[in-house]
Design a protein around this ligand. Structure first.
Ligand code: FEO
Length: 401
């Protein structure tokens, strides 16, 4: 049975939720599921904005059939050729052979790569930045958004309704629970962290490209944002746009500390826990402490985008960095984390080398300062090292102030 929501008088959400998928992109845990948003505009011409992931195809086609009724589907606009949004394109074209695909040249190439449809050129309406499509009452203008999240990505600005169809941008992890508008939920307390985890992990690497799109968006009168995942924004758009501006500039949201540690027998964890207590005693708020072997790296990446300081603590393992910390460091490097203060604690029973190796990795991060001196634990923390931890907490607190 169909499950749709009316967005405006002539725009309908026809997406679907997946609460069974464990790992989005086979990487990111999504304990609260994921939504795949698709929108249908019923103007003089009918326009579908993107399809969905194959996992929810039955719901999507039921929604489309209901929302479209007996009308033909004139256009499908393909904003992004990643299969979580385009997987049903070939099936759609079988059901609606009358449909013209609206996309850019790079998207067309990807369509043929994924589906090998060998479609005649007249099936495509190739568009580029600034081009528009008049559907009767609406004028749809296309905006290039390369690398937000793939190179072919584009957005559509409906000049009539003043709606931005933003592709992956402004999305969030988490299924939609009936409440499709961000103003229908307590977004800040319940969903901001998942929006940040989605942003930082999916497009965090491409801050300059996101900034470029934000600059273009700033020239538009946007009343509503319709992303491909998560909530539609129709109120307080400035809130989420400001968050995006911060994340894209790699500016911390908060003066706070995230401590990520690897620990084999609990001794490095002990140092991390004591440091967290000293920080709290000195007035640092919203400290987060993570065991890198327990918490998925995507959550720690997200927290690193939130806080201004990072403490990384790990033992030496096989003469190298403890592997789960090494993986986190690689991921932080891949996501271009910048503008942070970083402190290092290492541990080793006969040759503590991890601290030096972690510093080598972090020294390549743009505008990140490594606090000296590093703390090196020999097997287990000693009473005389409590002063060093207290001094580190003081240094961190002073930098946050
Ligand atoms: Fe939601 Fe980049 O796909």
């Amino acid at each position: 049975m169909h499950n749709t929501r009316k967005i405006t008088a002539d725009l309908i959400w026809i997406g679907a939720n997946d609460r069974r998928l464990a790992l989005f992109e086979n990487i990111y845990p999504i304990p609260q599921g994921i939504s795949y948003n698709s929108y249908l505009l019923l103007d003089n011409k009918t326009v579908l904005f993107d399809t969905v992931d194959s996992a929810v195809r039955h719901q999507f086609f039921a929604n489309l059939q209901y929302a479209l009724g007996s009308r033909a589907l004139d256009y499908i606009v393909v904003h992004h050729m990643e299969p979580d949004h385009c997987a049903e394109l070939a099936s759609l074209l079988q059901i609606h052979p009358e449909t013209t695909i609206v996309c850019n040249l790079q998207t067309q190439k990807m369509i043929e790569q994924f589906f090998a449809l060998n479609l005649p050129q007249q099936k495509y309406m190739l568009i580029k930045e600034g081009d528009s499509l008049n559907t009767g009452n609406h004028i749809l203008r296309f905006i290039a958004a390369p690398m937000v999240h793939w190179p072919e990505v584009m957005m559509t600005y409906d000049e009539t309704a003043k709606i931005l169809f933003s592709a992956d941008a402004f999305g969030t992890f988490g299924a939609i629970n009936g409440n499709i508008f961000a103003d229908e939920v307590d977004f800040c307390s319940e969903y901001l962290s998942e929006a940040r985890r989605y942003y930082s992990n999916i497009v965090g690497k491409y801050g300059p490209q996101v900034q470029n799109v934000l600059k273009k968006a700033a020239t538009l009168d946007i009343r509503m944002i319709c992303p491909l995942h998560g909530f539609i924004w129709r109120q307080n758009l400035e809130y989420i746009i400001t968050k995006y501006a911060k994340w894209a500039a790699y500016e911390p949201e908060e003066q706070s500390v995230v401590i990520a540690y690897g620990s084999i027998y609990g001794n490095t964890a002990n140092a991390a826990e004591i440091l967290a207590s000293r920080l709290a005693e000195k007035g640092v708020k919203n400290i987060k402490l993570y065991d890198v072997s327990v918490t998925h790296h995507s959550y720690i990446i997200s927290e690193a985008f939130r806080a201004s300081a990072l403490v990384l603590a790990a033992p030496t393992y096989n003469g190298d960095i403890f592997i789960n910390m090494d993986n986190l460091l690689r991921d932080l490097t891949a996501h271009n984390l910048q503008n942070r203060t970083v402190a290092i604690i290492d541990n080793g029973t006969w040759a503590p080398l991890a601290g030096k190796q972690m510093a080598e990795v972090i020294s390549k991060w743009k505008n990140c300062m490594i606090l000296e001196p590093k703390i090196s634990v020999k097997s287990a923390l000693k009473a005389e090292q409590l002063t060093a931890l207290d001094t580190l907490a003081t240094s961190l607190k002073e930098i946050l102030s």
